[in-house]
Design a protein around this ligand. Structure first.
Ligand code: MSP
Length: 501
């Protein structure tokens, strides 16, 4: 059986997810559901990133232990993911003891390979990013993301010999041994690697207490990003000891936002090369949800709560709106009013209205609607192209293009009704009426399959209305996407699919 391993970044635990941060995970979930629908064995990993100064500071403010804060916030993440119907296979927490033990072992492995040394580090540090910046990267001495002054820090710590991997990294990215998409991000990365000399990476801290201790010098804690990146390996149950990781390894795709590109496309592959572990096939870097051009984020004070949005639009609709509003690789400005307009246009007047129109027309007759001898060529051709584009667009993570092509198909069906006027055919040409309705019911069955990864429950509701829910459940996409083999006999006009807001 074909397998598919997909990861999202693990989330900083000192907050609850906002709509922007939920974007990566919803996209990953849609992708995971698509591959499961194809009958593939999927492993979808997400989780919470729980160490570091920020978490310790937040716990201190709340007068609780860092672990207690992590437990509370990680539970909150899982609760929100459940609400948003995120079907992860494992939720990894970096304070889990297996993960911690694995990270220590990996550090020992690197030390044994002579890839770690001790030195003094001095630099400009952003507490919110938990990273040092070069003075060139800062804007007026401020971190480019949080717009807060970076502080000058100096500490004795251990370094990973990142610099020796510069040429190898260039080679693997240029040769697409590690695919980085979209092209703009790949170019950005290549130009960074070509124009700058990579420096060795400080991988331990003396001033951060809330972290995994360095095995040979426990006063030092392991740099939170090294700890966090290794979740992609420990999340598969690997303990860092054996040579066999898991047959899910390596990931087919790792999704991430553009703010964490270099961690994933420089440090992460360098660590894997250092450890002789196969690289992920692809990194896909998506854009930001912005509000008036500014990245949505808790520290920016413009975060939208996904739970509140889910209450307004319903979870399935929210998932659809988030992925259909702009191309995945780009930034997109969003607002509740834009979502309202799109909800009404695409879902209420589009899919919901088509379903009601067709069901009302089909209900005129109590006959079974079976495949006609003269299958409408136009439909089977249209559907074949649609599925082909759908699958290739999924491979390229073009979620927005997928939703647009489904919208176009809904429009095609609407025009077909207007042109054929089945309400007249019902009286004048019953056979023709039945053929027309059959094509429309069959189209709705296809639409239920097409929208399933985005809107799993709405898909089921459509199939229920068509009276074929249990038989369709037994199929995989291979058979589901065939045209003209299903009969419809128990059609019922159920509740409105997308109530008008
Ligand atoms: N903890 C690190 C990742 C460690 S992975 C080994 C982290 N966490 S995060 O909570 O800040 O971000 C999680 C994901 O949400 C990232 O992919 C990030 O790019 C994404 N987003 C956070 N805000 C976003 C928007 N406003 N818009 C789209 N995605 C954004 O980074």
């Amino acid at each position: 059986m074909k397998k598919f391993y997909i990861t999202t970044p693990i989330y900083y635990v000192n907050a609850k997810p906002h709509l922007g941060s939920a974007y990566t995970t919803i996209a990953a979930d849609v992708l995971a559901r698509f591959h499961r629908m194809k009958g593939e064995k999927v492993f979808f990993l997400t989780g919470t990133d729980e160490h570091g100064a920020k978490v310790a500071q937040a716990a201190f403010k709340k007068k609780i232990k860092p672990q207690e804060l992590c437990d509370q916030n990680s539970a909150k993440y899982q609760e929100v993911w459940d609400t948003l119907k995120i079907s992860y296979d494992n939720f990894i927490r970096t304070t889990n003891s297996e993960h911690e033990a694995m990270v220590s072992r990996i550090l020992e492995r690197l030390e044994n390979k002579n890839l770690i040394y001790k030195d003094t580090y001095q630099g400009l540090y952003c507490v919110d990013c938990e990273r040092y910046y070069t003075s060139k990267e800062l804007i007026n001495g401020e971190c480019p993301i949080h717009r807060k002054k970076a502080i000058s820090l100096s500490e004795d710590c251990y370094f990973f010999k990142l610099s020796i991997f510069q040429q190898k990294l260039l080679k693997i990215i240029k040769s697409s041994k590690l695919i980085v998409e979209p092209i703009e991000r790949r170019n950005e990365l290549l130009s960074f690697l070509e124009r700058n000399k990579l420096e060795d990476l400080a991988i331990s801290r003396t001033n951060v207490k809330w972290g995994i201790s360095l095995p040979w010098e426990p006063k030092q804690t392991i740099y939170v990003w090294v700890d966090a990146l290794l979740n992609y390996l420990s999340g598969l149950g690997w303990n860092g000891e054996t040579n066999r990781i898991s047959n899910q390894w390596p990931p087919d795709v790792q999704l991430l936002g553009k703010d964490i590109l270099r961690f994933h496309a420089v440090i992460w592959p360098a660590l894997l090369l250092a450890l002789d572990i196969p690289l992920p096939h692809k990194l896909y870097i998506h854009g930001f949800f912005t509000i008036n051009g500014q990245k949505m984020g808790k520290s920016m004070g413009n975060a939208i709560d996904p739970e509140e949005m889910a209450e307004v639009f319903g979870v399935d609709a929210l998932r659809w709106l988030m992925l259909s509003s702009f191309p995945f690789g780009r930034d997109g400005d969003i607002s509740q009013s834009k979502f309202y307009d799109k909800y009404n246009a695409d879902l209420c007047n589009g899919l919901g209205n088509l379903l009601r129109r067709v069901l009302a027309l089909a209900e005129k007759s109590s006959d079974t609607f079976g495949p006609s001898k003269n299958i409408e060529q136009k439909f089977s051709k249209e559907i074949k192209i649609l599925w082909k584009n759908y699958e290739t667009s999924f491979d390229k993570l073009k979620f927005e293009a997928i939703t647009t092509s489904i919208q176009d198909f809904i429009g095609f069906c609407d025009r077909y009704i207007d042109k054929n006027e089945p309400w007249k055919l019902f009286k004048n040409d019953f056979d023709q009426y039945k053929d027309v309705i059959y094509n429309l019911l069959e189209s709705l069955r296809h639409i239920a399959w097409l929208v399933r990864p985005f809107m799993p429950d709405k898909s089921e509701e459509i199939l229920k209305d068509l009276g074929i829910e249990s038989s369709e459940k037994k199929k995989t996409l291979m058979t589901g996407k065939q045209w003209g083999r299903t009969s419809f006999e128990k059609i019922s006009l159920g509740k409105v699919l997308f109530p008008r807001l």
